[in-house]
Design a binder for this molecule. Structure first.
Ligand code: SAM
Length: 364
């Protein structure tokens, strides 16, 4: 087993079980076939939920001195779901690694099989703090947002919490979440979106229909019964607030920007540059998400007027170096230059394993 285990602060403990600061990788599949691009409808992800999910709080310290209270589905609960679903199903010897295998693996990722999305990686928390000060996200209504390699989707949860607690917009707001693994979208991404909606004032009408109409406390671990009333109330609330949330799985090189509706105003990604060989795919996707070509727009019959000339905020949060795997900020910046982009460091942490947030701009 290929294992990276280096000593850094006790952040793992502070951030909880399903958060990782350590990088461990198992195996190396150089010839992995690209996973096809696929959209998983929100209704399908909701239907995949068990009748009860458990969650715990994540308190994100912001530089303003405040704390952002997010809740996340417990990893042990996702594991329990998988075990219950797999009971009685004999496994073929040559069967590909299942979600249960990778949830139980001692490593944080298995390249080309499982790319680490079940846990929250620490740079996603840096990105939340940065976003909390970014003027571009003060009014999200009508914007199109893509989080690439979202996993537990902490930056998008922050944006959604802003939307859930503000007045409904008049224009449709699009939050698109991409992960390599469909099972990650199913087990943690969608549950986290649902849980944070449930904690917000957007769910007030639903709370009133319940025995105890009190709003739930996002600082206390608890369980949420998943009923058809809850799912309907969630979907209805998204509709009323004109929030469209879509989920995409597959390898970056297969992502179809015009099938997802075209160019984005905000493109976010965190802890996705650890593999040098996937940098060209990541950067190509970031670029096409920020500046989709006029030809693509014309062929996709999207409104040219609504998509051309929109500035794109593109932020990448990462460790400066992913020891042993070769990826890191220097390699990313060099590959970015080759693809007609430039990166500016907009935030930096130098102590311990260095971390940065890079704002990407594309040469015109
Ligand atoms: C280390 S995890 C980080 C997850 C999350 N952004 C965070 O910071 O907590 C890397 C993420 O990138 C995605 N990813 C990595 N390589 C990928 C690839 N070649 N194609 C598509 N997605 C990929 C995975 O889905 C995974 O969620």
């Amino acid at each position: 087993m290929f294992k990276f285990d280096f000593d850094i602060e006790d952040a793992d403990e502070a951030l909880g079980d399903n958060t990782t600061t350590i990088f461990q990788k198992t195996g190396d599949k150089e010839t992995t076939e690209a996973q096809p691009f696929s959209e998983i409808p929100i209704s399908q992800l909701l239907d995949a939920l068990p009748s009860l999910i458990s969650y715990s709080p994540l308190s994100v310290p912001l530089s303003s001195g405040k704390y952002l209270n997010i809740v996340r589905r417990d990893l042990f609960d996702a594991r329990f779901q998988l075990i219950s679903e797999s009971e009685g199903e004999p496994k073929a010897e040559d069967e590909a690694l299942s979600a249960l295998d990778f949830i139980e693996a001692p490593s944080d990722l298995i390249p080309g099989v499982y790319e680490g999305g079940l846990k929250t990686w620490e740079c996603s928390i840096d990105l939340v703090d940065h976003l909390s000060n970014a003027p571009e996200i003060r009014d999200l209504h009508g914007k199109r947002v893509l989080e690439i390699g979202c996993g537990t989707a902490i930056p998008s949860l922050y944006l959604l919490l802003q939307l859930f607690s503000s007045n409904p917009g008049t224009k449709e707001t699009h939050i698109h979440l991409q992960d390599y693994n469909t099972s990650v979208l199913e087990l943690v991404t969608l549950p986290n979106v649902l849980l944070n909606w449930y904690m917000s004032s957007s769910a007030a009408a639903y709370h009133e229909t319940q025995d105890s109409s009190a709003a739930p406390d996002p600082c206390t671990p608890s369980e949420l019964p998943i009923t058809s009333e809850l799912k309907q109330a969630f979907l209805q609330s998204l509709k009323e607030r004109k929030i469209s949330i879509r989920f995409f799985s597959g390898s970056w090189e297969t992502f179809e920007v015009f099938a997802s509706g075209g160019k984005y105003n905000i493109v976010l990604t965190s802890e996705t540059m650890y593999e040098t060989r996937s940098l060209p795919w990541l950067i190509t996707l970031m670029k096409s998400a920020c500046e989709q070509s006029l030809e693509d727009l014309a062929s996709s019959q999207l409104s040219l007027k609504s998509h051309v000339g929109i500035p794109c905020l593109c932020l990448v949060a990462a460790k400066v170096l992913y020891f042993g795997v070769g990826g890191g900020v220097a390699e990313f910046l060099s590959a970015l230059k080759d693809h007609g982009g430039q990166g500016e460091t907009v935030w930096e942490q130098k102590q311990g394993v260095g971390r940065k947030i890079i704002q990407v701009r594309w040469n015109t």
